[in-house]
Write a protein that binds this ligand. Structure first.
Ligand code: ATR
Length: 279
């Protein structure tokens, strides 16, 4: 790759950002398609977000991904927001055209595209979603648009109520689609459930507890953990013989969609996947 006066600059803003795999696969994608561009990790502390955004505009950066902890906060500093990002209340992709910033959320697309690799036929299915934070909102948005019925288990019930309220614009039958469930009652509904999805950070550490009794999972369940590793939940799913998936497909597909928004070109998915040797 040659960097010259015409090289376009893209990147990711987050804090921390060192662990991010996006620079690896986005760079590979640019290289593969012969696009003269680089993709840089930018470590941006929360107190510097506003000046960082001004800096991106001033330096004619063409686009960035936005990750933790800026996905919600960044909305204050953009000119336009896509429909799905507005409902999800989180932006993970910025496209910057002559200082005008448009915010998108490609996490929802990323999640559902990954899930369809293990279950193409989602309509009419029932999912159990663990967690109701930022990541969960993108997951839930995508599931509702596919006609999936959802139980949400979360410590804080108010966050589920907020999701129901915010997602009313998607369907007037939202309360038929989303129901709150306490963690301790999960076993009562597992028979009805087709897909189990962990969106919490529980499982990131090996010593983390189970969110419910994982030995109650059945072979018929499809189990997804959006964490990028084999968590206790995924190990159990594998042991039971379920179809399962970690967070890497979601990561790749959200990035692929961002790439397409920036370049207008179809993202080279296999190249991107291979670059982080996930399969
Ligand atoms: P993200 O952007 O990764 O989704 P977040 O918005 O902070 O992060 O959401 C974290 C989610 O993990 C929340 O649903 C949180 O539950 P609360 O809403 O009750 O805080 C959930 N979570 C984090 N730690 C947890 C724990 N130890 N047990 C259960 N849920 C937990």
């Amino acid at each position: 790759m040659i960097i010259n006066g015409e090289t376009s600059v893209y990147g990711i803003i987050g804090y921390p950002v060192k662990h991010s795999k996006s620079p690896i696969f986005q760079t590979k994608a640019f290289e593969y398609l012969g696009i003269n561009a680089v993709y840089i990790p930018f470590e941006v502390k929360p107190e510097n977000l506003e000046s960082a955004i001004k800096g991106l505009k001033a330096l004619s950066v063409k686009g960035v991904n936005v990750t933790i902890p800026h996905k919600e906060e960044v909305i204050k500093y953009i000119n336009e927001i896509s429909q799905e990002a507005k409902i999800i209340k989180a932006v993970n992709t910025l496209k910057i055209i002559d200082g005008y910033i448009i915010g998108y959320n490609t996490d929802a697309y990323g999640f559902i595209t990954g899930l369809k690799e293990v279950e193409p036929d989602l309509s009419g299915k029932t999912a159990l979603v663990l967690g109701a934070g930022g990541a969960s909102r993108a997951v839930i948005y995508s599931l509702i648009t596919e006609g999936v019925k959802i139980y949400i288990a979360n410590r804080t019930k108010a966050k589920v109520e907020q999701i129901i309220d915010d997602f009313k614009t998607l369907t007037k039958y939202i309360t038929d689609f989303i129901q709150y469930i306490e963690f301790y009652r999960i076993e009562e509904i597992l028979k009805e459930v087709d897909i189990i999805i962990n969106t919490t950070s529980v499982g990131l550490k090996d010593e983390d507890p189970e969110l419910f009794d994982y030995s109650r999972i059945e072979k018929k369940h499809i189990v997804v953990d959006i964490i990028y590793k084999e968590t206790k939940l995924l190990k159990k799913a594998k042991e039971i013989g379920c179809k399962y998936q970690d967070g890497l497909p979601m990561l790749i597909y959200q990035g692929a969609k961002s790439f397409e928004i920036w370049t207008g070109k179809k993202a080279p998915i296999e190249i991107m996947k291979n670059s982080i040797s996930m399969y």
